[in-house]
Design a protein. Structure first.
Lengths: 264, 262
């Protein structure tokens, strides 16, 4: 446990730096918020177009799906706040030879490349997602409870960890495939999280639950709040998250060992 | 002029081949978005809900959507704005070809390569869904006619908005909003035929319909001859209007252009 203390201290420093930087570019915050609102509105409109023809799709009512859109917005904003600014930079570090510098630091390199940057302008989008979630939840007659909210948060946390691990595994490939747009690929996959997995069938649903586990990020948290989730899935999610994190770490160390620097 | 464009196309084809790995992934993504929408609509339609499109029409629409959205895509707005604001436009003003020619070359050159990657993927998916594409050669002919027009409208629109950088500091926000709202109004996620009827009149006259949706409607939508004529008239009209805007903006813009270091 004591080994972790410097990491917490370091992370606090990252956050403080990000805050100072954000204060310099206050307009950025407004732009980020405006873009987030536009995206959210279009997502809601898309579902309104679907639900003008029917009251339920694969057992999901309109209000229930809009809850899921709210949760998608929150998870998306958290990923863009904490993870995306880092993972989108990694192939650049390798191309420009800055990776050498990061590997020399006396902390775990995976920690450094994964968490150094924060994009605080995204915080507003967490709020708008929360507003939509609560509004749609009331329309869906959700009986809010602390236990359900905690379970939903735990699912979403597993979901974010899993998505991070999958994305990080993809990015680690940049050591070999320098100029391949892994970020686009990740966002292409993550886009499916805006639909409940039950909208898909067969092999695709299985893939989205276990292989590219977007279900843990949005579908299961929504089902927790609705009180219809299979609780054992939380255990599955936890185990999957740990396995995926360990795998990402092993693969990262392997890649770093085989890294022959851009400048030597 | 055609020779100049062709030279720029050839140059950009060579540039594009350098980054083939990236292009495979981009094409997977171009296909993935429409496929997700398709699966959702198929789920809805299999519940026995009555929809304006049947199963085959959905498959045709979304399969060809990936192809058409690639062929009508533009990405120059942000580059153009940066070129103007950072003064990189200056060397172009000395060259024998107008700046827009290089952008046309870049646009066509990249798309030629993307086509090589995307076509086999679309073919595979078509086989998987057992798609029955329209067989009427007249519909395909009209489709082939409206496709370059759609690409021109999209290209000119992007070029005009990017050119506002002659006067406006920051057009990136505007470009992002155009991409988001434009995608929605162009039928990128939901076919315009599935929008509520009371918006139909408005949807038909806004420019984004003619950047993407119209060629697909020509092929899938059973448009009446009158609706076809009306659509083509709007599409040509937008081309002419945007070309005029481009000429006027560049005429006055170049006078206002005071590049850093020039």
């Amino acid at each position: 446990m004591r080994r972790l203390v410097p990491y917490f201290r370091l992370y606090r420093q990252f956050a403080a730096t990000a805050l100072v930087r954000e204060a310099e570019y206050r307009f950025n915050f407004v732009v980020g918020m405006g873009q987030g609102l536009a995206q959210l509105t279009l997502a809601v409109l898309t579902f309104l177009l679907v639900y003008q023809y029917t009251d339920a799709v694969a057992g999901w009512s309109r209000a229930q799906v809009l809850m899921l859109v709210g949760i998608y917005r929150i998870v998306d904003a958290l990923i863009n706040l904490l993870i995306a600014p880092n993972l989108t930079s990694i192939s650049g570090y390798i191309q420009r030879g800055e990776m050498d510098f990061l590997l020399l630091q006396p902390v775990e390199s995976q920690f450094l490349v994964s968490l150094r940057k924060l994009e605080l302008a995204e915080a507003g989008n967490v709020l708008t997602g929360l507003v939509l979630l609560i509004y749609a939840g009331n329309q869906a007659h959700v009986r809010w409870s602390f236990v359900r909210a905690t379970e939903a948060a735990a699912f979403a946390f597993c979901g974010v960890l899993l998505l991070y691990a999958v994305w990080f595994l993809m990015v680690t490939l940049s050591f070999w495939l320098v100029k391949v747009g892994m970020d686009d690929l990740f966002y292409g996959v993550f886009d499916t999280a805006r639909y409940p997995v039950s909208f898909f069938k067969g092999i695709i649903r299985t893939l989205l639950t276990f292989a590219i586990p977007v279900a843990f990020a949005t579908t299961f948290p929504t089902q927790s709040l609705l009180g219809v989730v299979d609780h054992r899935l939380l255990l599955v999610g936890g185990v999957l998250a740990i396995v995926a994190l360990v795998a990402s770490h092993v693969f990262w160390n392997y890649a770093v060992q085989h890294y022959s620097s851009a400048s030597s | 002029m055609p020779r100049l464009i062709w030279r720029c196309v050839a140059m950009n084809v060579m540039l594009t081949i350098e980054y083939r790995g990236e292009f495979v992934i981009r094409m997977i993504n171009t296909l993935a978005g429409p496929l997700i929408s398709l699966l959702v609509w198929l789920t809805v339609s299999e519940q026995g809900v009555h929809l304006p499109y049947d199963r085959d029409q959905f498959i045709t629409y979304y399969l060809l959507l990936s192809l058409v959205s690639m062929l009508t895509a533009t990405w120059l707005g942000g580059y153009l704005a940066a070129t103007i604001r950072q003064g990189d436009l200056s060397p172009w003003l000395l060259r024998p070809a107008p700046y827009i020619v290089n952008q046309i070359g870049n646009n066509i050159g990249e798309k030629l390569i993307k086509l090589v990657f995307l076509c086999p993927m679309v073919g595979l998916v078509a086989v998987f869904f057992r798609a029955s594409l329209p067989t009427d050669p007249r519909a395909w002919l009209l489709f082939a006619l409206s496709l370059p027009l759609a690409a021109s409208v999209a290209f000119l629109l992007d070029f005009v908005i990017g050119s506002l950088a002659f006067w406006v500091q920051d057009v990136w926000g505007l470009i992002r909003v155009k991409e988001l709202v434009g995608g929605f109004l162009a039928g990128q996620w939901v076919p315009l035929a599935l929008f509520p009827a009371r918006f139909r009149g408005l949807l038909q006259i806004q420019p984004f319909r003619y950047t993407l949706s119209f060629p697909l409607e020509v092929l899938t939508g059973h448009l009446t001859p009158a609706a076809l004529t009306y659509g083509f008239a709007w599409q040509v009209g937008y081309c002419v209007l945007l070309w005029a805007c481009y000429r006027i903006i560049w005429r006055y813009g170049l006078r206002a252009y005071a590049a850093t270091g020039a």
